[in-house]
Design a protein around this ligand. Structure first.
Ligand code: DGJ
Length: 378
């Protein structure tokens, strides 16, 4: 090797070393700012959820590409890992969208809000996600499932379903089960829309086909029972549905929650003996006021607690320009929960920002306040 090449090699080595040395580990959260991963690239895990496994945090979310095209799935579900929640290592694509028109996860379909849970019985990681079929907008309203033996994947796609086909919700009144569906009234999108919807018009319509499932989350209770929570009935009503003991299908046991209230973006967590939900209204990619609710059991009944946000009118009405995706109980910290939200940027989807804020409790109600920069140590 010539001495010039040796010299060039040393210069490159020193530069890389210095650059690495300059990269200070993060020790605060800065909501709304770019959030670099271990490669210095803004984290690409939108509509995400968290799994804690062997004391490591795994963040799964929608991998977005640039421009409006990024609102569809061209890559798949991205996974990152962390020990401290500030610094994230890129673990690559956990579930890949495929170049195959015969597959339901063909590139260009919609894969949103992926969540992963660990099934101890099968020693398997199970991922569910809101799935819309290519070319059909948001009409299919399905939930998809994929599994892996390794937390970071690759996940094998199994199927997508409209859940609970043929099953009535456990809390649905018998006398409403056989009312004919008046689609003309429903189509007016005005009173008496509300009554028809609360009385289960869309639920009845979808009994044969299976129920709609759009925005979703998963929750595993202390006894290992897993629940799939999703916006159903044209987004008017949430369904909370029990998963089978392998977490790969629905049992047919489910309830309707907050009927006719148009909730999206559900996130559920447990504190003491109570279960809490943070959710949003329905306004597409635009933010709206968050909601909260509490119950003694995931299957309800749920009691509304109102908007958990505190701050200026703009902050309260826009949830700090974000929409909920998950609430993370922080491991090893007493009574510490993080609100995880998305600040969507549909014109350039990849640029979406993450709004992580602490959840406090006042009068047994979850409360979220803005903080430019904060850490778990405060
Ligand atoms: C709001 C949902 O919460 C998002 O996940 C996404 O489906 C957008 N609507 C699409 O408009």
């Amino acid at each position: 090797m010539s001495s010039y090449l040796k010299y060039l090699g040393s210069v490159i080595f020193v530069c890389v070393y210095m650059l690495q040395g300059c990269k200070q580990p993060l020790n605060t959260f800065t909501p709304g700012e770019l959030w670099p991963d271990n490669n210095g690239v803004h984290i690409n895990a939108h509509g995400g959820g968290m799994l804690v496994h062997d004391e490591v945090y795994y963040w799964f979310g929608e991998h977005k590409i640039e421009g409006k095209a990024g609102n569809k799935a061209h890559v798949g579900v991205h996974c990152y890992s962390s020990n401290d929640l500030y610094n994230w290592q890129d673990e690559g694509i956990a579930l890949s969208a495929v170049d195959d028109t015969t597959s339901l996860i063909d590139k260009g379909c919609i894969i949103e809000r992926p969540k992963v849970i660990y099934n101890a019985k099968n020693k398997q990681f199970v991922m569910w996600f809101h799935h819309e079929l290519k070319g059909m907008g948001y009409k299919a309203a399905m939930t998809g499932v994929a599994v892996s033996d390794k937390v970071t994947g690759p996940y094998t796609y199994l199927k997508s379903v409209n859940p609970n086909k043929g099953y009535w919700p456990a809390n649905f009144t018998d006398s409403l089960k056989h009312i004919a569906v008046n689609m003309d009234t429903i189509k007016q999108w005005s009173a008496p829309w509300q009554k028809e919807v609360v009385d289960g018009a869309w639920l009845r319509r979808d009994m044969e086909k299976g129920q709609m499932a759009r925005d979703m989350t998963l929750f595993v209770d202390d006894d290992g029972t897993a629940y799939h929570i999703h916006s159903s009935e044209e987004n008017s009503t949430l369904h909370i549905a029990q998963l089978s003991d392998d977490y790969m299908s629905f049992t047919g046991k489910y309830v309707r929650v907050l009927e006719g209230q148009m909730n999206e973006a559900p996130a559920i967590f447990k504190r003491g003996d109570k279960y809490y939900m943070i959710s949003s209204g329905c306004s597409g990619w635009k933010p709206n006021p968050a909601r909260s609710a509490v119950t003694d059991h995931p299957m309800g009944p749920w009691t509304e607690l109102g908007n958990p946000c505190r701050g200026t009118d703009e902050e309260i009405n826009s949830t700090f320009k974000s929409q909920s995706t998950y609430v993370l109980p922080v491991q090893g910290e007493n009574d510490t929960y993080i609100y995880m939200g998305d600040r969507w940027t549909p014109e350039n989807a990849i640029d979406g920002r993450y709004i992580w804020l602490p959840i406090e409790f006042e009068d047994e109600k979850p409360i979220i306040r803005w903080n430019d920069e904060w850490s778990l140590r405060e």
